[in-house]
Write a protein that binds this ligand. Structure first.
Ligand SMILES: Nc1ncnc2c1ncn2[C@@H]1O[C@H](COP(=O)(O)OP(=O)(O)O)[C@@H](O)[C@H]1O
Ligand SMILES: N[C@@H](CCC(=O)OP(=O)(O)O)C(=O)O
Length: 366
């Protein structure tokens, strides 16, 4: 893992920003702002992914607790988001840090142009030493098109900006072998080499203010791991805690964290888009020889290995690639579906030798 100055994505949950009965909690926010400021004063670059819009806003609409209907949550978020940004702006100004609000939807990641614009904006803000504060654009996100929760949004942002570490801050100091709210005898797991199905099964639901619970944090950490980024899940108690976390001494759970491993640059942005965000326009099935060439010899997919084509896709569209019925990866097709189907040849024929998916536009699904 990289040492020295790092690029960090810090995701903070509603329970760490809002009061238990709703509304912004200035003391909690002040602790966070002090801690983030310490990271930046130490020379680290930070992107903040902040939840809390719904939890900060619902009181103003007269609700006694987090509302359940989509319309009420969206209206609460519209109020709470501006209260959060007002508080962040004031608190960070005391540290002479400027902030910028970025509200994203799932569609901003699946549309390649918008994805690139989000990347450019974030890069420029970081270069200018402005703190980007990201949340989902709750008022326009529809149920089928959300990130799921901000834990996942944070993981995807960590991939987008090629973060060195993804920090997930919540009201609990890490993952326990059972939900510590209901089991006082629960034991904390400090290091997780990777997130397995057995580990996911340990995690339960959300707090009164949050949405995903520990389970969604583990799924997000697994996504970050797939992008080559280690994570930390824990609670902020002192302003110096974030510095302790990046130094490997955090009081929480580290996931796929190897301080001694050489620094990697993670999955290139283009490949992340193919793997996680691109719309899928069709599928191609290939024979086992082609699968071996792609997966083991790291070659491009050639026409000779293609056995079937499904869907309607154009050159430049992303397709799924199957071998013996199993999904092995995704890539950008250089061919139109109909043209490709016409060129299909019996196994062993060598009449056509075009490249269907170039190595640089391929990602393996594991
Ligand atoms: N195995 C577990 N280990 C730790 N916390 C757990 C576990 N299972 C469930 N939880 C619960 O997850 C909650 C944190 O998730 P959530 O409410 O979504 O937080 P946030 O709003 O910070 O994103 C904690 O309050 C905790 O009780
Ligand atoms: N976008 C929503 C937060 C959704 C969410 O994932 O909440 P949390 O589990 O507290 O991180 C909001 O700002 O209220």
């Amino acid at each position: 893992m990289k040492k020295g100055k790092m690029r960090l994505v810090v995701k903070v949950g509603s329970s760490s920003l809002a009061a238990p009965s709703g509304g912004v909690d200035p003391a909690k926010m002040s602790l966070l702002v002090n801690a983030v400021s310490q990271l930046r004063e130490a020379g680290h670059q930070v992107v903040l992914v902040s939840s809390g819009a719904v939890a900060s806003g619902y009181q103003s609409l007269g609700y006694k607790q987090r509302p359940r209907t989509l319309a009420a949550k969206q209206a609460s978020a519209a109020i709470g988001q501006s209260l959060l940004m007002q508080t962040y702006t004031q608190l960070f100004a005391a540290h002479r840090f400027g902030v910028a609000q970025i509200l994203l939807t799932r569609g901003d990641f699946s549309n390649r142009e918008r994805y690139q614009h989000a990347f450019q904006t974030l890069s420029l803000l970081l270069d200018k030493n402005i703190l980007p504060i990201i949340n989902e654009n709750d008022t326009v996100s529809v149920a089928e098109l959300t990130f799921g929760d901000n834990d996942m949004l944070g993981a995807l942002v960590a991939g987008l900006v090629h973060a060195d570490l993804y920090l997930i801050l919540t009201d609990t100091n890490g993952l326990y072998d059972k939900d510590p709210r209901n089991h006082p005898d629960a034991t904390r797991i400090a290091w997780l080499p990777q997130v397995t199905e057995e580990i996911e099964a340990l995690a339960g639901g959300a707090s009164q203010l949050g949405t995903g619970g520990m389970r969604s944090k583990l799924i997000a950490a697994k996504t970050a791991q797939g992008l080559g980024i280690p994570s930390f899940i824990g609670k902020l108690e002192q302003p110096s805690d974030l510095l302790e976390i990046v130094q490997g001494n955090g009081n929480g759970t580290y996931v796929s964290y190897q301080p001694e491993a050489p620094a990697t640059t993670g999955l290139p942005t283009r490949k992340q888009w193919i793997a996680l965000h691109s719309p899928i326009r069709g599928s191609i099935s290939i024979d086992s020889g082609a699968a071996e060439a792609i997966l083991e010899k790291r070659r491009s997919l050639l026409l000779a290995g293609v056995r079937g084509v499904d869907g309607t896709f154009s050159p430049g569209d992303v397709v799924e690639v199957y071998c013996d019925g199993a999904l092995i990866g995704r890539g950008v097709s250089r061919y139109d579906a109909a043209d490709l189907a016409e060129l299909l040849l019996p196994a062993g024929s060598t009449r056509h030798s075009g490249t269907v998916i170039h190595r640089d536009h391929w990602t393996q699904i594991t």
